[in-house]
Design a protein around this ligand. Structure first.
Ligand code: SAM
Ligand code: SF4
Length: 337
């Protein structure tokens, strides 16, 4: 490789600066949420996954290229063995690189075990998925999950002292759309924020997504019939649009890949469990970073140059359509939600 990675920022062909990486650290999970996975999932052989050391090298390279925010996700990140070691290493990058914010998205089931050590390692904010407050429905939606375990996880997270905790709820017609207001009330009561997510056509699932799909506009209208929503300029670096729930400390966000195109201001890339750098959630443009890590171990200059070059193939935007499913055959658990 003749070029030398002297660049300290990642800018794509459309002038968008990439400063946010979502890193999937496992495709495995203790839940089987109906919108995310098939009941029977075949997981990747372990040697195909990036090792924890490889993940640290990769995040380090991104952080030296100006990436300020890293979200660790999966699958369920907290089922990965030695995940507490990983978070310590990633937290240390905040002292030596551009990295400012370390965050995690989790289903909450393992938080009673890990919440404290995550905060100690420097995890700033946490997203916890919660689609229902009814135990039997929660079980049906997650197939294997236990609502009480997750509520315990939320309590542990509050005690551990994250800067902010946000709930994520995927709203599906006929499944949980009657809990939109109750979930917001739960967030308010516990001083949490909440984002409502539109179901995305990622991977094959057993239900018809065109029937379950519920748009953010529909969710927002339901909330507005009960609460006053004041537009907020809060920007967490992600694709959510935020509103303050008037008279409360809670914000509500809407993640709407279908109805509100957020591609124009896209500042992020994803790394899959097996080290594929995905330049867009809804397209297949990718670069095999595991190959570089394994063929040239320790060659950070080369790794950084490959990442810089990848900016040339970041697509302008995605093209989701729930009626032609599945658009992308990857499950969210591999891509990293
Ligand atoms: N296991 C963790 C969790 O559930 O929070 C992290 C990974 S999960 C893939 C990340 C987020 O993606 C979750 O909030 C989940 O609800 C959401 N998600 C999964 N599949 C989705 C889909 N097809 N459409 C929209 N959101 C999805
Ligand atoms: Fe697991 Fe999260 Fe997917 Fe649910 S959404 S199956 S918790 S990875």
């Amino acid at each position: 490789m003749t070029e030398v990675a002297t660049q300290t920022q990642l800018i794509d062909r459309f002038g968008r600066r990439v400063n946010y990486v979502r890193m999937s650290i496992t495709d495995r999970c203790d839940f089987r949420c109906v919108y995310c996975m098939d009941e029977e999932m075949v997981f990747m052989p372990r040697q195909q996954l990036l090792s924890l050391e490889e993940i640290v090298s990769l995040v380090g390279a991104f952080a030296e290229l100006g990436v300020e925010k890293v979200r660790v996700t999966g699958g369920e990140p907290l089922v990965r063995k030695n995940v507490d070691w990983l978070f310590k290493e990633l937290g240390d990058l905040k002292q030596t690189t551009a990295l400012k914010e370390l965050t995690i998205t989790t289903n909450g089931s393992q938080l009673p075990k890990y919440a404290e050590s995550l905060v100690e390692s420097g995890v700033d904010r946490i997203n916890i998925s919660l689609d229902s407050l009814k135990a039997d429905r929660f079980k049906a939606l997650t197939r294997t999950g236990d609502l009480n375990g997750v509520l315990n996880g939320i309590r542990s997270a509050k005690k551990a002292g994250f800067k902010r905790i946000k709930l994520n709820a995927v709203i599906m017609k006929g499944r949980n759309e009657d809990e939109i207001v109750d979930l917001a009330r739960f967030a308010i009561k516990n001083d949490l924020d909440i984002s409502y997510i539109e179901e995305m056509p990622l991977g094959h699932v057993t239900h018809d997504r065109s029937e379950s799909y519920c748009s953010s506009d529909e969710v927002k209208a339901v909330l507005e019939s009960v609460f006053a929503l004041n537009a907020s300029d809060a920007n967490t670096g992600g694709p959510s649009r935020y509103y303050q729930l008037e008279g409360t400390g809670s914000k509500v966000g809407f993640i709407s890949p279908h109805s509100h195109n957020f591609c124009e201001s896209c500042n992020r890339v994803r790394v899959t469990t097996e080290g594929r750098l995905l330049l867009c959630l809804g397209q297949e443009h990718s670069v095999d970073l595991r190959d570089i890590l394994r063929r040239y171990p320790g060659d950070k200059t080369r790794l950084k140059q490959v990442i810089i070059n990848s900016m040339e193939i970041k697509p302008k935007g995605h093209d989701f359509n729930v009626r032609e499913q599945p658009v992308i055959f990857r499950h969210m658990s591999v891509t990293g939600g």
